[in-house]
Design a protein. Structure first.
Length: 191
């Protein structure tokens, strides 16, 4: 990144960092899981919040923390949404928030990074690595705000996070697959 793109930097431990807040109106976390062994069901969370502390000279020294309200989960079916919010799945009354906090960021070439961190769902914290792609250069929106965007994805085993509910199918197999693909599309606004 060139020095001309540095905006609102502060000195932290000798490095140049800028602070970027998630724009919840233009950010989403989505998941995909196999249903009845025949197709995928997708869901989405909204209302993301969080902060990116961006090292303008070396993105690998940056940190990011994200918080997602569990009750924002939705699919295309209200009955399924209610089940996902209940104790069998997200148990939003007991565990109202999903979180991710980065621990390391590794440059993978081009616009790609491997962002390792701690993902907490249902009170269970496990290490995951997000494959982050399409990290944009900062650009100014029509209202004078400076924004950056990125996309990321990872796969988890839902049972690792306490999602054990399932039901057998008459011809074999189960109703819900174990592997869950998580994708993030996030816009940040320079604070």
């Amino acid at each position: 990144m060139s020095s001309t793109s540095k905006i609102a930097n502060s000195s932290i431990a000798g490095e140049d960092f800028s602070t970027w807040n998630i724009d919840p109106a233009h950010s989403a976390a989505e998941f995909k899981v196999r249903h009845m062994m025949i197709s995928n069901v997708k869901g989405k969370f909204s209302g993301l919040s969080g902060v990116l502390k961006l090292d303008e000279t070396d993105y690998a020294h940056s940190t990011v923390n994200v918080s997602i309200p569990a009750a924002s989960v939705r699919t295309v079916d209200k009955k399924l949404d209610a089940h996902l919010k209940a104790e069998d799945f997200f148990d939003v009354e007991t565990f109202p928030t999903l979180t991710f906090g980065s621990t390391t960021i590794r440059y993978m070439g081009g616009q790609d990074y491997a962002v390792a961190g701690d993902l907490t769902i249902r009170g269970v914290t496990k290490p995951v690595t997000l494959a982050v792609t399409d990290v944009s250069e900062p650009s100014k929106d029509p209202w004078g705000n400076v924004r950056i965007g990125l996309s990321g994805s990872t796969k988890i085993n839902r049972k690792d996070f306490g999602f054990i509910w399932n039901a057998p199918l008459e011809l074999g197999g189960v109703r819900v697959g174990d592997e869950v693909t998580i994708t993030l599309d996030v816009q940040f606004i320079n604070a």
